[in-house]
Design a protein around this ligand. Structure first.
Ligand code: SAM
Length: 215
């Protein structure tokens, strides 16, 4: 059954995202469709459609809707694109990409978040493939990918992930220190050439792993 309680709050959020510069209607439609209230902890239910990051289990966060919209728009997602996400967290970003018709592979390193998001994908009938492991090493058997999205702050772009990107594939990742990062968009131009654009500033929890930060 479709829950209509949040429709007005959703509409207000969509208008806000438009004023902040989000234009892609397929991104805005996905945000209108995915029930963000299901991805947060119940104590924050009334804030589900605020444009803010919220705490989830294990001291992690569900990203701000604007951040999710911005990263998704940058990737120029096409139907049937094969997308690897590093940092499943609540599962919300993966759900947005899945609703847009992409084939999603998402990796989380924390057991409780992996289990909870996997259950939720099933409840919402979202055909998302998820895995518990160090995402900095990618998912080689399922690659190469049209897009890779890293939703935790990395000290540098993991080389292993670059190697799993298709030619003309796009990667979006926040790169910087443990608190502040620049959003970086990378396009693989050939086997050995990558075009890099540095975009706006964001703040993410750290990417912890072999090609990320130490714990
Ligand atoms: N995409 C998420 C969402 O929609 O809720 C938000 C991600 S949260 C800001 C960052 C997540 O990255 C955390 O859940 C964290 O445990 C995870 N993470 C950090 N390092 C990781 C790694 N090496 N591999 C996989 N997940 C990692």
């Amino acid at each position: 059954m479709i829950d209509t309680r949040f429709n007005e709050q959703k509409r207000v959020l969509i208008e806000l995202l438009k004023t902040k510069g989000i234009k892609d209607t397929s991104v805005l439609n996905a945000i209108m469709t995915v029930p963000r209230e299901r991805f947060i902890i119940p104590a924050f239910m009334s804030r589900a459609y605020e444009d803010s990051a919220l705490p989830i289990d294990d001291n992690q966060t569900i990203s701000q809707p604007y951040t999710v919209a911005y990263m998704t728009e940058c990737l120029q997602v096409k139907k049937n694109d094969k997308i690897l996400e590093i940092g499943t967290g609540s599962g919300y970003q993966a759900a947005i990409l899945s609703i847009m018709g992409a084939k999603i592979f998402t990796i989380e390193r924390i057991q409780s978040l992996y289990t909870k998001s996997k259950d939720l994908f099933k409840q919402l009938n979202l055909p998302i493939n998820s895995r518990l492991s160090d995402g900095t090493l990618g998912w080689r058997e399922m690659g190469p990918f049209d897009c890779i999205i890293i939703t935790a702050g990395a000290p540098d772009v993991p080389n292993t992930l670059l190697s799993q990107l298709k030619i003309n594939g796009r990667m979006i990742a926040p790169i910087g220190d443990r608190i502040n990062q620049d959003m970086v968009l990378i396009i693989r131009k050939s086997e050995s050439e990558f075009e890099k654009k540095v975009l706006d500033k964001f703040q993410f929890v750290p990417l912890i792993g072999k090609e990320g930060w130490n714990v």
